[in-house]
Design a protein around this ligand. Structure first.
Ligand SMILES: [Zn+2]
Length: 443
């Protein structure tokens, strides 16, 4: 017997695969199911999507006898979602229930566009329902700190999924005023919060956070990389259990969630198939190696995606989970491939390393890093947001933590990199809304 309850995603997979409940783990049955779904998806795309009919022309004779054969098919890129979204649509516009337009911040590139049918949204609801059952029980109340005003937006779907398990989801939206959000959490008797990592940290370490001690049992952090140091601080503030979710609009919002063993995200494996490829040449990497995550939808109706290059770094975890679950797992996703401080010569510091170093500092709630100058003479500027009680020496501690990063030590020593002013401000959010945190490059 495992010390942890098995992920509820196992039961969902058992149903999808037609296996009896509590069947012994069977990766082969899952592989057979995914292969059959892949074949159906490729056939469906050829029939209904002008874009994929062209893209797959000449590949009809390519075998699809095993999951590895998928690697013979071409990738779909973010650029395709910008330029060819209409030709990727497989249904008539009248059957599209939701269109999501994604602008890339700071660029003038055309937005990515994704289409979802009612059935597609139903599958997302189903996944949210199962995922949340890991951390909340019937009768519970969840305060949702994500956008939810628009029908079928992430917050709205989550609230509807929770209603299916007799949990009340209260849509609050992103945090603007931590004191107000904490008061609402208390008023609605929330026992779970779902939100953006830096926003939840600001709540957890707010002077009024004590009022929720013992009341908040679980927290789900989503939309961005979750620094371990940040998760530990949220756990310490409320004595709660912190869960993490991984997903993006392209995956139909949800893609994976950790179980109570917290050893990676159990994937939505009946709906999504993941490969890991070398980001340089696109070659398929063996299980366990880190590379770019490539995702194929297995059940999407309006706009299925074949081998979509997510731009996220990640790796699949080998072997069963300590929870006993057989649903495949992704290791914690360390963020976007492009989200690194480029120091030249192929050397760089990924954002997550800076995240871990800085969020380990008591009193640091958020930060922004800006890199300027040319190669060989770069300057890194930092702005840090403190908790009011710990503002006095935070800038100095942040500067010290950055200077101690082993990846940067040599660059500081040679003068190729200098640390610009480290400013400490406690006025407003540094991260804008739901955007992912990234290194800013001045233009
Ligand atoms: Zn597990």
């Amino acid at each position: 017997m495992s010390a942890y309850p098995r992920t509820p995603l196992d039961h969902w997979l058992e149903r999808k695969l037609g296996l009896p409940t509590n069947t012994a783990p069977d990766p082969e049955a899952l592989a057979d199911y995914q292969l059959e779904r892949l074949r159906q998806t490729v056939a469906y795309l050829r029939e209904h999507s002008p874009f994929y009919r062209r893209r797959l022309a000449g590949l009809a004779a390519e075998p699809l006898d095993s999951l590895a054969d998928l690697a013979r098919r071409p990738f779909t890129t973010a650029q395709d979602l910008r330029e060819h979204h209409q030709a990727m649509l497989c249904l008539s516009q009248s059957r599209v229930a939701r269109v999501v337009t994604l602008n890339t911040s700071g660029t003038t590139a055309a937005p990515k566009r994704l289409y979802f049918s009612d059935d597609d949204l139903e599958l997302t609801l189903n996944f949210f329902h199962l995922g949340m059952s890991t951390m909340v029980e019937p009768g519970g109340r969840v305060l949702i700190l994500l956008p939810g005003r628009t029908p079928d937006s992430v917050g709205d779907l989550l609230a509807r999924a929770l209603a299916r398990m007799e949990v009340q989801g209260v849509i609050h939206g992103p945090v603007a005023d931590p004191a107000e959000t904490l008061a609402q959490a208390l008023a609605v008797e929330a026992d779970c919060l779902v939100g953006i990592p830096v926003q939840v940290l600001a709540l957890a370490e707010h002077p009024a956070a004590q009022s929720l001690c013992g009341k908040i049992k679980s927290v789900l952090l989503t939309t961005d990389y979750v620094p371990r140091a940040l998760a530990r601080r949220v756990e310490a503030a409320w004595g709660c259990e912190v869960f993490e979710h991984y997903g993006m609009t392209e995956t139909g919002l949800g893609a994976g969630v950790d179980c109570r063993a917290h050893q990676g995200y159990h994937l939505r494996a009946a709906d999504l198939y993941y490969e890991v490829v070398n980001p340089m040449d696109g070659a398929l990497l063996p299980p366990g190696e880190e590379g770019e995550l490539v995702m194929t939808t297995l059940t999407r109706q309006a706009m299925p995606l074949l081998r979509y290059r997510t731009g996220d770094l990640g790796r699949l975890l080998p072997g069963p989970c300590p929870c006993g679950g057989f649903t495949p797992r992704l290791a914690r996703v360390p963020g976007r491939l492009s989200n690194r401080l480029d120091l030249g010569g192929g050397v760089g510091l990924p954002m997550w390393r800076l995240d871990e170093a800085l969020f380990a500092l008591p009193g640091l709630l958020d930060f922004r890093a800006v890199l300027s100058g040319d190669r060989g003479k770069r300057r890194l500027e930092l702005t840090v947001r403190p908790t009011p009680a710990m503002a006095h020496d935070l800038a100095a501690r942040a500067a010290q933590a950055v200077k101690e990063l082993p990846e940067l030590a040599e660059h500081f020593a040679t003068g190729e990199l200098t640390l610009g002013p480290v400013r400490c401000i406690d006025l407003a959010w540094i991260s804008d809304g739901t955007a992912k945190r990234s290194f800013s490059l001045p233009r």
